[in-house]
Design a protein around this ligand. Structure first.
Ligand SMILES: [Fe+2]
Length: 246
């Protein structure tokens, strides 16, 4: 009996400790509408191309290493490759560091992508605000992000979770809801991004609209990606047609 009581006591202390340590807040009452979702049109305001010649668009960041001291900056330019440089620093008036990335492009059936840039910023300080500029030497745009805390068992860091996202009116309300949470520091994306594969010829223009849509969050905090079944993009009929017509 005594042993049991000691066990219960330790159990209670453990639960009390958990209550003190875990400050995850409460589950949101937000629920996505149950009705059939409808995609936003290509000319929706949230898909707008930023103004200016060759302006960087679809700006997004993700973790660049396993402990949080590197960040990969990615963006697309539409008119010409432009610069691969990222200027960055801990003050928005003094971007005194720079890193050089690379550029790539891809073709998918009758679609040709813009110029896709990736640049890794390394040896960043933990728990620090950084400002960064892309489009150096042309139309440039500046964003910011905060690095995660030094990894340790007591570090506090709040993750968001989104999956099966798409680009419907409901996706828009979900993203607005997510961005309204000031605690969310990074997002684990659970797969099924743009649903471009639902369009004729898997219209990759719908990847571009999606990239512009999510920029208002993912340019400022890392989204960490897992692919879903809609990213498999298996379409042998397009490859066959392409070979036949060429
Ligand atoms: Fe899914």
């Amino acid at each position: 009996m005594k042993k049991q009581r000691v066990g219960i006591l330790f159990g209670l202390i453990f639960v009390a400790q958990l209550t003190v340590r875990c400050n995850g807040g409460v589950t949101s009452t937000y629920r996505r509408r149950l009705a059939e979702p409808v995609d936003m049109p290509v000319d929706a305001d949230v898909f707008q191309v930023p103004p200016g010649y060759n302006a960087p668009q679809q700006v997004h960041i993700t973790q660049g290493d396993y402990d949080g001291s590197a960040v990969i900056i990615s963006w697309v330019t539409a008119d010409e490759p432009g610069s691969n440089t990222v200027l960055y620093g801990t003050s928005n008036t003094k971007l005194d560091m720079s890193a050089e990335g690379n550029v790539t492009q891809y073709h998918y059936y009758n679609y040709t992508s813009g110029y896709i840039h990736h640049c890794t910023l390394e040896q960043l300080a933990f728990d620090t605000m950084y400002y960064y500029t892309v489009g150096v030497g042309g139309t440039n745009r500046t964003f910011y992000f905060k690095t995660p805390p030094l990894p340790n068992s007591d570090a506090s860091y709040t993750f968001g979770l989104i999956g099966d996202f798409g680009q419907t009116y409901d996706s828009n309300s979900t993203l607005t809801h997510y961005k309204a949470n000031p605690d969310a520091a990074t997002l684990l994306f659970l797969g099924d991004f743009s649903y471009a594969d639902g369009y004729p010829y898997h219209d990759n223009i719908r990847w571009d609209t999606w990239g512009r849509f999510i920029e208002s969050s993912v340019a400022y905090q890392p989204w960490i990606w897992t692919v879903g079944n809609h990213e498999i993009d298996f379409a042998p009929e397009l490859v066959f047609q392409k070979h036949k017509t060429n």
